[in-house]
Design a protein around this ligand. Structure first.
Ligand code: PLP
Length: 371
C-alpha cells in the first residue's frame, strides 16, 4: 500500500465552527471575564446537566482532577477496589490521595470490574469501589451498589467514556455516589481539555465548587484544602458550541460502528461488542478482540500492519495499569488475580472511531480483515 495515503487516526477532535467560536470569544473579550465561574461556565454547567439528565454537575479543567477531588470530597482513605483495565488516571487518582489500589479482575462481557469478584477483595480497610464504564459500556451498577450497601462502601464511577450513555432512558451517570467525566480532545465530547463531576445533591455540589477553587467559600474563608481545577471561559464557550453538535457526532459514530460490525461479523477469530438492549450507546470506541490462532495473525501483527499503511489503531488498554512500575508490586497486581484482564489486554485493538471517518476510510480499515 502507498505510504503517502492519508493517515487515518484512531480518533479526531470534534471542533466547533470557527466563526461561531469567534463570536463567543468577542463576548468574552468585551466582558473581560475570562475565568472564575463566568457566565459561559455557568451556562455550560446548566446545559450539560440538562443534556446528560443529571441533577448537578461541576465543570473541571480536565478529567483527572474530578477523580482526585471526588476522593477528597467523600474523605476516602485506606483501600479502594478498582479495575486494572482502564486509563492510568483512574488508579493515579488513588495514589495522589495516598490510597492503596486493590485490583479486581474484569468481566469480559463488558470489560468492566466483575462484581462477582469484588467481595473477596474487601478488607476492613476498604472504603470505596472505583469502577469504570469501559468504552462507555455500562457496568453492572445494580450488583455493585448492592455490595457497596452491604459493606458500607462509597462508589465513585470513572465515567470518562460514558458521556450521554443511558440505560432505559436514565443516565448511567446517576449511578453510585459520584461520577466523573473527561472532556479531553480524544473523547466523544470535548472542551480541548476539560472534565466534570456529576453530583446528586445541592450541598455536595457547593462543596465540590469550593474544593475546585482552593477551598474558598467566600472572599476570606477557606473551608478545605482545595485545589485549582476551574474551567476557563474560553473552553466553556467552546464546550457550549460542541454540545450542539454532539448528537450528530454520535450518529456518525453509530454508522461507522454498524459498518464495522456488518463487515467483521463473519471474520473468523475477531469478536466485538453489539449494542445492548435498552442502552443508548455513545460509540466512543470500537474495540475488537483477536484470537490469533483462529485469525491467523496476532494482535500486534495486525496493529503493525495497519500502522505501516498509515491506519492507526490503538491497543487500548494495554498494558494493564497494574503492570506499570508504580503498581506492579501490589499484592493484587498479579496475573493469577487478573486472568481475564490479561487476556483482554493481550487481544484488544481499538479501530479508528470518530465522527469524521468517510466510507472510504472505513473501507481502508476493513481491508485488513478481508484478504
Ligand atoms: C481520558 C480518561 C481519563 C482522564 O481524563 P483527562 O481529561 O485526560 O484528564 C480518566 N479515566 C479514563 C478512563 C479516561 O479514558
Amino acid at each position: 500500500m502507498e505510504i503517502n495515503e492519508k493517515q487515518i487516526t484512531v480518533t479526531s477532535p470534534l471542533l466547533p465552527d470557527l466563526g461561531e467560536l469567534n463570536n463567543l470569544l468577542k463576548e468574552i473579550w468585551t466582558a473581560k471575564w475570562i475565568t472564575n465561574n463566568g457566565s459561559f461556565h455557568r451556562r455550560l454547567e446548566k446545559e450539560l446537566a440538562s443534556y446528560l439528565k443529571v441533577p448537578y454537575l461541576s465543570l473541571f479543567t480536565n478529567g483527572t482532577l474530578p477523580l482526585i477531588t471526588a476522593l477528597q470530597a467523600l474523605r476516602i482513605t485506606g483501600e479502594v477496589i478498582t479495575t486494572p483495565y482502564s486509563f492510568v488516571a483512574t488508579t493515579h487518582s488513588l495514589w495522589w490521595n495516598g490510597i492503596k489500589p486493590v485490583f479486581v479482575d474484569i468481566d469480559p462481557s463488558n470489560c468492566g470490574i466483575d462484581p462477582n469478584k469484588i467481595e473477596a477483595a474487601i478488607t476492613p480497610k476498604t472504603t470505596a469501589i472505583m469502577p469504570v464504564h469501559c468504552y462507555g459500556k455500562p457496568c453492572d451498577t445494580k450488583a455493585i451498589q448492592e455490595i457497596a450497601d452491604k459493606y458500607g462502601l462509597k462508589v465513585i464511577y470513572d465515567a470518562a467514556h460514558a458521556f450521554g450513555v443511558e440505560v432505559d432512558g436514565e443516565s448511567i451517570l446517576n449511578a453510585g455516589d459520584i461520577s466523573t467525566l473527561s472532556f479531553h480532545a480524544t473523547k466523544v465530547y470535548n472542551t480541548i481539555e476539560g472534565g466534570a463531576m456529576v453530583i446528586r445533591d445541592e450541598q455536595t455540589k457547593k462543596r465540590i465548587d469550593y474544593l475546585k477553587n482552593f477551598g474558598f467559600a467566600g472572599e476570606t474563608t477557606v473551608v478545605a484544602p482545595g485545589i485549582n481545577s476551574k474551567m476557563d471561559e474560553v473552553r466553556a464557550a467552546y464546550g457550549i458550541l460542541n454540545l450542539k453538535q454532539v448528537d450528530a457526532a454520535i450518529s456518525a459514530r453509530r454508522k461507522v460502528a454498524n459498518r464495522y460490525r456488518e463487515s467483521l461479523r463473519d471474520v473468523v477469530g475477531i469478536t466485538f461488542f453489539d449494542d445492548m438492549p435498552g442502552v443508548r450507546h455513545n460509540y466512543s470506541y470500537f474495540p475488537i478482540f483477536i484470537d490469533a490462532e483462529k485469525f491467523g495473525r496476532t494482535r500486534d501483527q495486525l496493529y503493525q500492519e495497519m500502522k505501516d499503511a498509515n491506519v492507526l489503531g490503538r491497543r487500548y488498554f494495554y498494558p494493564l495499569i497494574s503492570e506499570f512500575s508504580t503498581y506492579r508490586g501490589l499484592p493484587s497486581a498479579t496475573r493469577e488475580n487478573l486472568p481475564e484482564a490479561y487476556k483482554i489486554a493481550d487481544s484488544v485493538l481499538c479501530l479508528p472511531m470518530h465522527h469524521d471517518l468517510s466510507e472510504g476510510d472505513v473501507d481502508r480499515v476493513l481491508n485488513f480483515f478481508h484478504k
